[in-house]
Design a protein around this ligand. Sequence first.
Ligand code: NAP
Length: 252
Amino acid sequence: MSLKGRVALVTGGGRGIGREVALACAREGLAVAVAARTKSQVDDTVSAVRRLGVETLALPLDVTDAEAIAAAVRAVSDALGPIDVLVNNAGIAESAPFAKTDPALWERHLSVNVTGPFLLTREVLPRMLERRWGRVINVASLAGLYGAPYITAYATSKHALVGFTRALAMEVAGKGVTVNALCPGYVATDLTWNGARTIAAKTGKSFDEAVQAMARINPGGRLIEPAEVAAAAVKLLWDEGSNGETVILDGS
Ligand code: NAP
């Protein structure tokens, strides 16, 4: 099996985990379309992907916008070819005690972290099934498998993404397409730094103390590097056999 010339779409590819996944896909020889809302970050990742010698496309995109998703998928097909690999990585995480979890915060999490992956997968899956090859990789979280305080909206959305992964995997089993989820603990990205700022503001801990406390929550006692998540994504690209799996990355 070769991955060279295959086409990947990575959402949330402007920074953090998504950027590393986009670069890792490029190193495997895939053409990579990079999607997120912040154009400057998308352009920056696209430049880095291009330097690795593969074709690429910048897609300023909000994954909650169904019409924009349909247009983006058409644009990728026209520019690079049909999408073989979809990495549903775009996500948000805002912590709040349950009493302060208002419907807007709740809806934001469901809409970005669950409906976004649903809408994107719905657009790309038919062509994958037609071509009898495809990889859908959903970046969930340990919070998609376990609970923790102050993250009911986030944990609910990531549990839903894991449920989506498992159910769709069963539906496409044996058809050349696999659907799997990556479940990292705290990763060294902006999302974690923002969480640390919130903890620091609420508890009086310093930012560094808050980061260390988050690192200690990971079973391995350290933050996970975005490149480790990207390496796990690449493994799934090569793996014909894993379907409906939740790959745990906990730093241990
Ligand atoms: P990050 O650095 O904040 O990156 C998140 C990415 O998602 C950004 O590129 C962001 O770009 C994009 N995004 C957010 N909302 C979007 C929207 N509506 N439409 C399109 N793109 C959107 O965070 P990260 O840590 O790399 O997170 C990536 C994924 O990993 C998320 O799903 C997160 O839940 C998951 N995860 C993270 C951790 C962690 O500790 N960091 C742990 C487990 C799982 P724009 O804001 O420019 O749109």
